[in-house]
Ligand binder design. Structure first.
Ligand code: ZN
Length: 151
C-alpha cells in the first residue's frame, strides 16, 4: 500500500473514532443487537429501523478500540437508505478485503470508503475489531439472535 494512502486512511479512522457518526441509542428501533469482541473488549449495541427492506435508520452505542468504533461509525454512514441486500453485498466485499492476503490489491471500486480498513489485513487480531459491527448487523437483519460474539 502506498505510504500516502496509509496516512490518509489512518486519519479517517482516527477522525471517526474521535467523532463517531450516528453514535446514539434508538428507542423505537425495530432491531437491537449487542456485539461483543472479548479478545479486545469491544462492546457495542446496534440499532436498526427498517422500512420494508430498506434500512431507514441505523445507530450504535457502546465502547471499543479505535478500529471497532470507527468501523461501526463508517458502517452506519454507508448503510442508511440501503436495502438489506445491498448491505449484505457490501459486507461480503468488506470481509473479502480484510481477510485477503496483505499483498493483494484492494478493490477500491467494490469496497468504496471501507478501503480505509484495508490495513487491518496485516493484523489478524484487528480483523475481529473491524468486522464486529458488521457481524452484528447481519445477525440483526436476519433477526435470529439478540447478541453476537466474535468468539
Ligand atoms: Zn478492538
Amino acid at each position: 500500500m502506498a505510504q500516502s494512502n496509509r496516512a490518509l486512511y489512518e486519519q479517517v479512522i482516527l477522525e471517526h473514532n474521535r467523532k463517531p457518526r450516528n453514535f446514539r441509542g434508538m428507542e423505537d428501533a425495530d432491531r437491537r443487537i449487542e456485539g461483543h469482541n472479548p479478545l479486545c473488549g469491544d462492546h457495542f449495541t446496534l440499532y436498526l429501523k427498517l422500512n420494508g427492506d430498506v434500512i431507514s435508520d441505523i445507530s450504535f452505542e457502546g465502547r471499543g478500540c479505535a478500529i471497532a468504533k470507527s468501523s461501526a461509525s463508517l458502517m452506519t454512514t454507508l448503510l442508511k437508505g440501503k436495502t438489506v441486500r445491498e448491505a449484505e453485498d457490501l459486507f461480503v466485499q468488506f470481509h473479502r478485503m480484510v481477510t485477503a492476503n496483505p499483498d493483494a490489491p484492494v478493490d477500491e471500486k467494490a469496497v468504496g470508503k471501507l478501503a480505509v480498513f484495508s490495513g487491518v489485513r496485516e493484523f489478524p487480531i484487528r480483523v475481529k475489531c473491524a468486522t464486529l459491527s458488521w457481524h452484528a448487523l447481519l445477525s440483526a437483519l436476519r433477526g435470529t439472535h439478540s447478541s453476537v460474539s466474535t468468539e
